[in-house]
Design a protein around this ligand. Sequence first.
Ligand SMILES: NC(=O)c1ccc[n+]([C@@H]2O[C@H](COP(=O)([O-])OP(=O)(O)OC[C@H]3O[C@@H](n4cnc5c(N)ncnc54)[C@H](O)[C@@H]3O)[C@@H](O)[C@H]2O)c1
Length: 387
Amino acid sequence: MPQESTREIGIILNGVSGRMGYRQHLVRSILAIRDQGGIELPDGTRVTVRPMLVGRSEQKLAQLAEKHGISDYTTDLDAALADPAWEIYADFLVTKARASAIRRAIAAGKAIYTEKPTAESLEEALELAQLAKDAGVKTGVVHDKLYLPGLQKLRRLIDSGFFGRILSVRGEFGYWVFEGDWQPAQRPSWNYRAEDGGGIVSDMFPHWNYVLENLFGEVRSVYAQTATHITERWDENGEKYTATAEDAAYGIFEIEGGIVAEINSSWAVRVDRDELVQFQVDGTLGSAVVGLFGAKIQPRNATPRPVWNPDLEDAHDYDADWIGVPTNEVFLNGFRQQWEEYLTSYVLGTEYRFDLLAGARGVQFAEAGLASSAQGRKIALDALSLG
Ligand SMILES: NC(=O)c1ccc[n+]([C@@H]2O[C@H](COP(=O)([O-])OP(=O)(O)OC[C@H]3O[C@@H](n4cnc5c(N)ncnc54)[C@H](O)[C@@H]3O)[C@@H](O)[C@H]2O)c1
């Protein structure tokens, strides 16, 4: 039998004490991959991971390292970047701190894997993508929502031709984020301060961009109306602060082929849906409603024929007209699935489409959303390319 070869990859994980860094990237992805003995490539090579934790608090890092049996951690990012034992730099910092760290990592020749948004401005996002291209380093940007079971079911419906011609997409995302006075807020306070890189547009529009472009087609224009509905909040220390960033955005997007998408994003809405995010897709041959996990469909040939009559209470049970889409497969945690794909692509040297240029399109989309709201007009999106 051929000898199985093993390749260990050292990965710098910066920002592991944060919400995303700790739960999704360290615990659910990298440690899960480590603890299952790595991943196996099609050629039989086993790829294992060795994490190096980086952060600002030595004490927090030491606790995390001890808790999870990790031997490497440091507060000195530049020293980690200078060490060839670490091949990949992964970034889960607050958005504001990201670009400068990624710039240093590219200069050190590391492959890059990062949370979105990749930068605070399109100019900077494109600069990072160009720097990485010039340095010849592989890059990857988190596209986690595409891996949600509900959206994977939607992908299957699209691929099967279920919809016929897709006409429109309607998305509702959001929930009530407590102000922090009488119940602690369930999101970090920087999310509500523009000066700290906060705002629901820069947080959520990059997601909507890759969801729309990967499922339906390129986004051609953006119209958005933003609002800061809750203007006073209380931070992690119970201190009152002024919310300077928008906490809701109501957007309409034109997609190639004439599809119209409308997505509301809000941290000031009370949930009356099955899940925290839900999309309805209407097509000539059928419609679907999908969430994080669930998906239901209504084909053309089982569509009721409502007639508008304000004088008669409508006894029809519209909920009952939908058919559940079965799960049919086991879905991995989306962050982990994408990590496995990125690592596989890194080792095999194949093209990776969710790269820093894709990330820059997400930043472009968000920037256009903010500009649209400020100027009260629709903004066309230019195709982006690198030199
Ligand atoms: N993919 C997703 O679904 C998703 C969800 C939420 C957040 N995010 C993104 O993940 C990133 C982190 O968000 P979070 O909610 O985990 O935030 P967080 O505040 O919980 O964590 C941020 C991390 O950055 C570190 N940090 C803060 N300021 C820093 C500075 N000045 N220099 C260096 N490090 C600093 C913190 O110590 C912490 O480790 C953001 O860019 C956000 O947009 C992605």
